[in-house]
Design a protein around this ligand. Structure first.
Ligand code: SAH
Length: 394
């Protein structure tokens, strides 16, 4: 077993069970990609077992903090069983469920989503990459399913020195699927969709959106960054008279249109715009258009804290425009999935946007990732998605 010795004082975060060891913390030691290493403090005290990533700044990701633990197939199977067992207990209102959420489920570098009878996995670091066949077999065994599609095309792979890999890992068949979420039917494609096919993390927010639209009788809805129309279907299900969906991806809008039809809603209640959201908001403003509800769910504008300042300006701009387009009494559903922007900063940004817009607005609900996207308390970096439901009062 190879050993990684840390520099003096660098054991602190591991003692609090944070699962990462950065390159700068290491005094000596190395191993092959994904190999299990023993991490010890400068005085030789055992700290953790982890997977080694020679090319990454995050040099070791911890599998276990218990010295007696063997990192083998049985260990990984047990971790998977725990993560999947929790989801079974939670009875989420969808058959699209994140079964494994990386570090927060004790399986750094592994994401597994289930869409009906199909599993989709992302192996984003060297540890899970090395154990791929074991993990794949265990996933089928535990879930009783036969199909597992690999979507190892996340940008994190490059930082690990790993190539992009996509395709069936176990089983085969159609990659276009339909799931049920809150009783709505949603088509997606696990081969070509974003992430593993769908934004499962926004499930609760979509339900909340439908509820607000219904309770407040919100008629005219704008869904900015609509992707395949999850919020569009939610707003229609809530009784919206008309929903305008904007996205810069043509295929996503095609799927959004199909999803509206799949739920039996009349397409005449919808407009789909293949356009830039910011430019569209400006155009609506110039045209004097207003809305009863606006959803803003942009892509990750600040992947890390280093990008936060520029991203903050972009978020503020979008939110200012949206607040100006809202009728008094209207509701803004605004999100940030940027890890580099914390919930406090996001609230500040939206407050600045309201001030610049010259509107009086108040937060009436806070949102976050759904339960199948947990944030381990020892791993605050796992928190990325935050949402604010804001009512414009004047
Ligand atoms: N709300 C969606 C997820 C949105 S993901 C859901 O519930 O499923 C962000 C989307 O923004 C992606 O579909 C991407 O194609 C789109 N996008 C990125 N930049 C854009 C821009 N400048 N204008 C419009 N859409 C954009």
């Amino acid at each position: 077993m190879k050993t990684i010795r840390l520099k003096p004082g660098k054991e602190k975060s591991l003692l609090r069970h944070h699962p990462w060891v950065f390159d700068g913390a290491i005094a000596k030691g190395g191993a092959d990609p994904g190999e299990t290493v023993r991490v010890e403090s400068h005085d030789g005290t055992f700290l953790a077992w982890g997977a080694y990533s020679p090319a990454s700044r995050i040099r070791v990701r911890v599998w276990s903090f218990e010295q007696a633990q063997r990192i083998d197939a049985a260990f990984l199977r047990e971790r998977l069983r725990q993560a999947i067992g929790l989801r079974d207990m939670w009875r989420l209102p969808s058959n699209g469920v994140r079964l494994v959420h990386g570090e927060s489920d004790g399986l750094p570098g592994l994401v597994v989503d289930r869409y009906g009878d199909t599993l989709v996995a992302q192996f984003t670091s060297c540890g899970p990459e090395r154990w791929k066949p074991v993990l794949a077999d265990a996933l089928l065994e535990i879930t009783g399913l036969q199909r597992l599609y690999e979507r190892s095309d996340a940008s994190a792979r490059a930082r690990e020195g790993l190539p992009e890999v996509t395709g069936w890992l176990r089983g085969t068949g159609e990659t276009a699927l339909t799931i049920q979420e809150h009783g709505w039917r949603l088509g997606l494609d696990v081969a070509s969709g974003h992430k593993t096919g769908y934004y499962l993390d926004q499930r609760d927010s979509r339900r909340d959106c439908a509820d607000w639209v219904r309770r407040l009788g919100l008629g005219e809805v704008l869904n900015g960054f609509s992707y395949t129309g999850g919020f569009t279907v939610a707003a229609l299900a809530g009784g919206a008279r008309h929903v305008t969906s904007i996205d810069s991806s043509g295929p996503a809008l095609e799927q959004a249109r199909a999803n509206v039809a799949l739920n039996g809603f009349d397409l005449s209640r919808c407009t789909f715009l293949d356009a830039d959201v910011n430019a569209s908001l400006r155009r609506f403003q110039a045209e004097g258009r207003t809305f009863d509800a606006i959803v803003l769910d942009p892509p990750k504008l600040a992947p890390t804290v280093a990008h936060a300042e520029r991203a903050a300006r972009a978020y503020k701009d979008l939110n200012r425009l949206a607040l100006q387009l809202l009728r008094p009494g209207g509701v803004l559903f605004t999100y940030s999935c940027s890890g580099g922007i914390g919930v406090e900063l996001f609230q500040k940004i939206v407050a600045g946007a309201a001030f610049d817009a010259g509107v009086d607005a108040a937060i009436v609900q806070r949102q976050g990732g759904a339960a199948d996207h947990p944030v381990a308390l020892a791993f605050p970096e796992g928190e990325y998605l935050k949402g604010l439901v804001v009512v414009r009062r004047r």
